[in-house]
Structure formats: C-alpha cells, structure tokens
Ligand binder design. Structure first.
Ligand code: MN
Length: 228
C-alpha cells in the first residue's frame, strides 16, 4: 500500500509536465509542456498581398526565413535562463546581448508586419493626423523627415515614429535590433531598413524601398498605437 501511494505521489508530480501538446497562451508565445515557446506570429495578409510594392519572394525570405530564425534562436538562447517563461516585451526591456538581439528582432518584425496593409489609406487620420500636423507642420513634412531618417541610417536598423510619455511625437533611428521602448517611448510606426528588407526587390536601392513602403502603411493601426 505504501509503495502504491508512493507511485501515485510520483505520478502526480510528473503528470502535469507530460502533456506536450502546444497550447497558445499569450500573443506569440505557445506553451509546450511547462515551457512557453515563442512562435512566429501569423501575418494579417497573404504572402503576395503587398505586391507590387513588396514581393512575395521578399516575404518568403524576410518573414519566412529571417523572422523565423530570430524566433528559433530566441527559443534556444533562453533555455535554462531567467528569461524562460518571460513575456517577449519584458525580455526586450530587460535582456542584453544575444538574447536581446533576437527577442527585439522578433518584436520589431511583428510590429513592422502588423503596421503594413495592402489597403493603406495612404495618409494618417484622426488624432494621429492632428498630432503629426502639430509636430511636423504637415504630413508631407513628416513624410520627408521620416524618409530621410530611413535612408540615412548607416548600416542595419530601424526608423520609428514614436511618442514620449507626454504624447509628443518624434522620429528616431535605432541600430541593429535596438527598440525605443527601452527609452520609455511608445512605437507608432516602423520601417525596417536592414538590407534583407529590400535586397530581393530593390537590390541596393534603399530609397526605392522606402518609397514603396509608403504605399503600405496601415494608418489605422498607427492611429491605434498612438491612442494607446
Ligand atoms: Mn527585417
């Protein structure tokens, strides 16, 4: 009897961890057993939806290969560290080195994809439009400044429209994987200016990619980010 109870006791400890079926729990994190695994968030459109501005081939590599690699690397790197079972945004805010690079690249890319749409209104609306007019004088002025920030960034990185704690808009450039949330800023819109974002479609012509990018901006989503 004692032996039977001991076996039951051991089973009760093991059972909760034996269910390895993946279960979606939070944004792009999946639960596998007792470990939260990050996963590639599904695109809100089909792989060819951004054509002719961004090709299906670019999405297959940029989303299917590069973004997927950051997710896979992150899952490997956090194994057995304090960042296992931590929400992606918190890893971005608190980590450094390789874990930060991969976590931020996962976050930044998901934010970038979700900020694009094949049905762009082509210009901002509502409260965001008012704020852009107030800060930059006009949408055309803003667009020229954001374009300059995107094309002039040296090396790999991101151009962002962010707001600070007082709601003031600002255009910032970040290198490599860096993310403005780490300076207490809220991202509203981002342009990925790593070469892998445009090399297939535009070869070395970043300016042509940025021009194409403007056709795809989801201003409705940007407005939601601004109101957050
Ligand atoms: Mn990228």
């Amino acid at each position: 009897m004692k032996r039977f109870l001991a076996v039951l006791f051991v089973l009760s400890l093991v059972m909760p961890f034996s269910n390895l079926k993946a279960q979606k729990i939070d944004g792009n994190q999946m639960k596998v057993g007792n470990i939260k695994k990050h996963s590639l968030e599904k695109l809100p459109y089909s792989m060819d939806a951004l054509e002719p501005h961004i090709s299906k081939a670019t999405l297959e590599f940029h989303y299917g290969k590069h973004h997927q690699s950051y997710v896979d690397n992150l899952n490997k790197l956090i194994e057995g560290t304090e960042f296992e079972n931590v929400k992606l945004e918190d890893i971005v805010l608190k980590s450094k080195g390789a874990i930060f690079n991969n976590a931020a690249q996962v976050w930044n890319h998901t934010f970038y994809w979700n900020g694009l749409t094949p049905k762009s209104s082509q210009k901002p609306m509502g409260k965001l439009k008012e704020a852009i007019d107030k800060e930059f004088g006009s949408f055309e002025n803003f667009k020229a400044k954001f374009t300059a920030a995107s094309t002039s960034l040296f090396g790999s990185g991101w151009a962002w429209l962010v707001k600070d704690k007082d709601g003031k808009l600002e255009i910032v450039q970040t290198s490599n994987a860096e993310n403005p949330m780490r300076q207490g800023k809220t991202p509203i819109l981002v342009c990925d200016v790593w070469e892998h974002a445009y090399y297939i479609d535009q070869k070395n012509k970043r300016a042509a990619y940025v021009e194409a990018f403007w056709n795809l901006v989801d201003w409705k989503r940007a407005e939601e980010n601004y109101r957050r």
